[in-house]
Every structure is written in C-alpha cells, then in structure tokens.
Design a protein around this ligand. Structure first.
Ligand SMILES: [Zn+2]
Length: 349
C-alpha cells in the first residue's frame, strides 16, 4: 500500500498547550505519534513509504483564505521580532493569542495578536518556527495520496494512506484549531472534486468542523462526520445532527453525534448508515479523515471502540470498493496508535 509521509513535521513540536482551566500541559499532538505508526507500518510486508510531491500553494489556496495562509506563514517570525524575551528563548515559547474574536466580525485586525485571535479558535493550535512548513508538507502528503488513487481502474480501485502531521479536520477556510492548521483531507477532496464526485467520511472522535465549514454550501463533495456529541464534546459549537448543509449544499452534509461511552455496536450501526448515504451518492472517490481517538482509552475521547471494532470499520469502508485516500487525523493513545492504524489499513492493501 502506498503511504505518503515526510519527517518535516518533527520540529513542529510546541513546548506546551493550554487545557481547560488554563492548565499548561505537554503538547499531546506530538511527533511520537508518527513514530508509533511508522514502527508498526515497518513491521508489515505491505507498507510502501514514499515522500510527498510538492504541489505548490494553488491547491491549498483553493480551500483556504490567502490572508490566513499568509498569517500562518509569517506569524512566528513576526512574533520573534516583536518580543526580545521570546527571541532569547524561542524553544520555550509557542505563539498563541489570549483574546479571541467574539462571534467573528468581518474585520481582520492589523496587529499580529489581533490577527491571531481572529484566525485561531483555541489554545491547542500553537505556532512554532516549523509549524507552517510542517502543515504544508502534511497537506502535500494528502494531495499525493489523492493523486495516487487517480490511477485506480474500475476493477481495481486503489487506496493510499497519507500519514499527516499536523492533522487537519478542525481547520476551516480561515482558521486554525484543534492541533490543525491546513485541512489536509479537505485540500485532497477539493483537488479530487475536479476529477469526479467525492465523498469525505470523517471517523475521528471529534466533529470535523473545518471540513463541514469548507464544503457546507457545496453539492459535489458529500461530507459526513461521526463523532462525540458536541453537546458535551469539543469543538462544542458545531457538529449537530440538524446541520445538513446550506444553499446548493443542503442535504450534502451529515453529522452523526454519538453519546459518551459509545462502543463497537453503536458505532458500527451508525457507520452503516453513513456508508449507505455514500452508496446512494455514488462518488468516484472517497476520502477518509482517519482519527483513531474513538479507541477505548484515548486520553481525548470517551468512546469504547476496540481494536476489533477498528478492524471492522476498515472492512466495511473498504467494502465500498472505491478509490480511497485515507488521511491521518487525531489519535492520542500513542502506545496503541501504530497497531490501530495497521488494523484499519490492512483492509485496503
Ligand atoms: Zn480527534
């Protein structure tokens, strides 16, 4: 199986993030996640690791606001030059605002911190020197996987895995959040949409708010997210069942919010509903936002999906027999992450 991965993410390792209650904690979305997955993949006889292709900025700007991308590209160096204390010990710092735009006015402030509060939605999207380069390369991994599945034939649909870090599904057109800066799966799905109809299924534990926002008014990309109910879970303000698209996109977005403690049975019956929607839409291409934080024991999740459950999720998605680009999203039970990803991917090899 073709896998696209780059080491470029490694220096995107903020020294902390801020949890609820203002608690400073070590950055949970860390490079060790990738090492766990790489180690597990290297033990298989089917993982074919490849460097991503550089696609330039056009496919990124087809999904993201150009001023937002310019902000991401320059925030760290601007911050460094604005504060001698930060410049003296950059490795102990991460760029974050303390003020957020209240229900988003259309006016983008001119100051760096004003912009940060406008373009960042929470205290997990910490920016350090290597963040922008890592986010770009991560999107290129997703695009490379998308490009590879174009080689599919009717009788032999191909699949590819983009081992992306940072993840992407919380990033919207003009905002970062939830460890995400560029929406890798959305960039890939949008790129594929010029070649045919695309369905994007998000199986991360958290609602794919960025993906929902990006495609909300479109009917050429069906987006579906299965996740912890935002009534109790991050991202709190979006991902409810009655959000089904607007304008031309009405009926082309679906959310499946599930209760705390959802196990294999509850998850798989919901997945079947989602897969039926995809069958009826009859897409040419499938993009999966593959978060592994539905796993029982994930520190950021409440579901009880087991390894067997993850295997069954993969089996049922693969049974659609569609060209499929699988894009890495969340998953923070690091010691189980590698085996879980291998268990999911084995169905597509
Ligand atoms: Zn997640």
């Amino acid at each position: 199986m073709k896998i696209f991965y780059s080491d470029n993410h490694r220096k995107h390792y903020p020294p902390f993030e801020v949890f609820d209650g203002g608690k400073r904690v070590p950055y949970l979305e860390n490079p060790n996640r990738m090492d766990q997955i790489l180690n597990a993949l290297k033990k298989t006889d089917w993982a074919d690791l490849n460097q991503p292709t550089d696609f330039g900025l056009d496919p990124i700007l087809a999904v993201h606001d150009k001023d937002y991308i310019a902000f991401l590209a320059s925030a760290w160096t601007q911050w460094l030059s604005s504060d001698p204390e930060v410049a003296a010990s950059p490795e102990q710092n991460a760029f974050l605002p303390a003020t957020f735009a209240l229900r988003r006015t259309p006016r983008v402030p001119s100051t760096l911190l004003g912009k940060a509060g406008y373009y960042i939605m929470d205290l997990s999207a910490c920016i350090v020197e290597a963040t922008y380069a890592a986010a770009l390369t991560s999107a290129y991994c997703a695009l490379s996987a998308a490009e590879f599945i174009l080689l599919s034939t009717v009788n032999r649909p191909s699949s590819a895995f983009a081992l992306c870090r940072p993840p992407g599904h919380h990033a919207g057109n003009d905002y970062a959040g939830g460890y995400c800066f560029i929406n890798n799966a959305a960039v890939a799905a949008n790129w594929l949409s010029s070649k045919g109809k695309v369905a994007l299924l998000d199986i991360d534990y958290h609602a794919g708010n960025g993906t929902q926002d990006i495609f909300y008014e479109r009917n050429d990309v069906l987006t579906i997210s299965i996740h912890g109910d935002p009534d109790f879970e991050y991202p709190h303000y979006i991902g409810f069942a009655d959000e089904t698209g607007s304008g031309d996109g009405i009926g082309f977005h679906r959310n499946f919010p599930l209760p705390k403690g959802t196990g294999n049975e509850g998850y798989l019956s919901t997945l079947d509903e989602a897969l039926n929607l995809i069958k009826n839409f009859a897409p040419n291409y499938l993009v999966i936002s593959a978060g592994m934080d539905t796993f029982d024991g994930d520190p950021l999740g409440t579901f009880k999906v087991t390894r067997e459950g993850i295997g069954e999720i993969g089996k049922r998605i693969a049974a659609l027999h569609l060209p499929t680009a699988i894009i890495m999203e969340g998953g923070y039970a690091n010691e189980a992450l590698g085996t879980n990803i291998v268990t999911l991917l084995e169905n597509f090899k």
